[in-house]
Design a protein around this ligand. Structure first.
Ligand code: ZN
Length: 493
């Protein structure tokens, strides 16, 4: 209490007794009672929450995470009733739900079961119903360029945030890092601390991630004033201790706390030549430049500091880029069209041939009464009904050519609708709009038994595309593309 009194004198801040609580751990009942009597604070029980997050030092339990899971599903449920398109739901997932998780992740490593639970809530919200998606979640969480929807996978994000804490520790500039050095690392070195022992769960997770961090950290020697001679990984990405063991430390007689500068004399490497290993080290460090600047640490490449995004990029599983991502996710896209096209590219639509395979229906026959079976290739655009529409749309783009099979049509678009120039933009929008409206009509016939004639569908495509171009003020450049604008009924700018 004296401490608090002097704090009050110095800072002018009053301690309010009835708002304060005191927390105990490893304290016997008698000591506890004595302390409680003196301070007159209430005894608190963990976890308490601060800014919505539980304050604890041990591993987060499932019940600690209950608020996150509840809030996440509460928020998701409040939107379910509103009839949002998939594209709208995707926006909400990315903008709100994921940020709620990231907020938690930035403070804790979430238990695996919680990360899974959160993913399940997102999945269910995104796909509706039981959350059985048309595309696997692992695919959905890939970046858009790799064929996914760019929803960050929580486990990797968690690890990236832990790497941030390692960065904080090694550059040792924050208050938290200094606390770690004083209380957890002490006289030892972060890189040589054993993982076993009486550590808190989160500290152990940080220690376990050191090998990953080491792959990306760059210890750039200057004048050797900061790096630990034996334990920091400044020697070609590794520490002397890892490469040569304890023996060299002993042989050198420099002590375990030595800094790199102790083997630099007059701007040159000058290792004691007390053993063959030490002579060997003297030779192998010759290519490491010494300078007059201070030692410095970088992430990823020289000159770069840590960013969580960069770390996430470097540890996430990578897949090959898909060629079609710029066709689907170009900046001027119409979200619901883009999403439908994405499903088509991923061959994820539940077409009637699939449903027949699964035994859901008895016949795969095309809903446009052409007498053939419905498959993705058939709908886009082999079926006479859709061929008629796509042909009309192409001619509005001033393109006259025979229509071929789906994969060739996609390839043609990739070759002929590159970039953001006006004709390319029209083609991309027209392509996505055609796929969307044909799929919509197919669903209308399947589920509502309603029919829209082809010319009305073409009008809808025309309407969507021209509205988008007009709203995006793309029509200003139109004089050069007079006939395109006329075909699409785009008002001249
Ligand atoms: Zn057909």
């Amino acid at each position: 209490m004296e401490g608090l009194e002097s704090f009050k004198k110095v800072s002018g801040l009053m301690v309010s007794t009835h708002k304060s609580m005191i927390f105990f751990c490893n304290t016997n009942a008698r000591t506890k009672a004595t302390i409680l009597q003196r301070v007159q604070f209430r005894e608190g029980t963990l976890p308490v929450t601060y800014l919505g997050l539980p304050l604890i030092t041990k591993r987060l339990s499932k019940s600690d995470c209950a608020p996150l899971v509840e809030r996440l599903s509460g928020r998701a449920n409040s939107w379910i009733s509103t009839s949002l398109s998939f594209a709208g739901r995707l926006q909400l997932v990315k903008a709100t739900l994921v940020s709620m998780q990231v907020y938690w992740c930035s403070a804790f490593l979430l238990p695996v079961s919680i990360a899974k639970e959160c993913d399940r809530i997102l999945r269910k919200f995104l796909w509706g119903g039981q959350g059985r998606g048309k595309v696997k979640w692992i695919e959905v969480s890939k970046p858009m360029a790799e064929g996914g929807l760019g929803i960050k996978d929580l486990k990797t994000w968690n690890r990236a945030l832990l790497l941030k804490q390692i960065w904080e520790i090694v550059i040792n500039q924050s208050l938290w890092a200094r606390w770690c050095h004083v209380y957890l690392i002490k006289q030892s070195n972060f890189w040589s601390l054993p993982t076993i022992g009486l550590h808190s769960w989160s500290w152990r997770q940080i220690l376990l991630l050191r090998p990953v961090a080491k792959e990306h950290l760059i210890y750039k020697c200057g004048r050797g004033d900061k790096f630990s001679l034996w334990f920091d990984p400044w020697m070609h990405g590794e520490s002397v201790h890892i490469l040569y063991g304890n023996r060299v430390i002993h042989d050198s007689q420099l002590g375990r706390l030595a800094l790199v500068k102790e083997v630099i004399r007059e701007g040159r490497w000058d290792w004691p030549a007390n053993s063959t290993d030490l002579v060997d080290i003297q030779i192998s460090v010759q290519d490491i430049p010494i300078s007059l600047t201070s030692d410095s640490i970088f992430w990823g490449q020289l000159g770069y500091s840590f960013s969580t995004k960069l770390a996430w990029q470097s540890i996430r599983a990578r897949s090959a880029e898909v060629s079609w991502h710029s066709l689907v996710w170009h900046p001027a896209r119409i979200p619901k069209h883009a999403f439908c096209l994405w499903l088509t590219m991923r061959r994820a639509h539940r077409t009637r041939d699939k449903l027949l395979d699964w035994g859901v229906i008895n016949s795969a026959s095309c809903v446009f009464y052409c007498g053939e079976a419905e498959s993705l290739e058939h709908l886009f655009f082999h079926c006479p009904f859709s061929q008629n529409i796509w042909g009309a749309v192409l001619s509005m783009c001033n393109i006259l050519r025979p229509i071929s099979q789906w994969s060739d049509e996609v390839q043609w678009m990739l070759d002929h609708a590159k970039g953001q120039k006006f004709p390319s933009l029209v083609r991309k929008l027209a392509f996505a709009a055609s796929v969307y409206h044909i799929w919509l009509e197919r669903n209308r016939r399947c589920f509502k038994n309603e029919f829209m004639p082809a010319n009305e569908i073409i009008d809808k495509i025309k309407h969507d595309v021209s509205l988008k171009l007009w709203l995006g003020r793309k029509s200003q450049r139109c004089e050069r593309h007079h006939s395109l604008c006329e075909n699409w009924d785009i008002p001249l700018g």
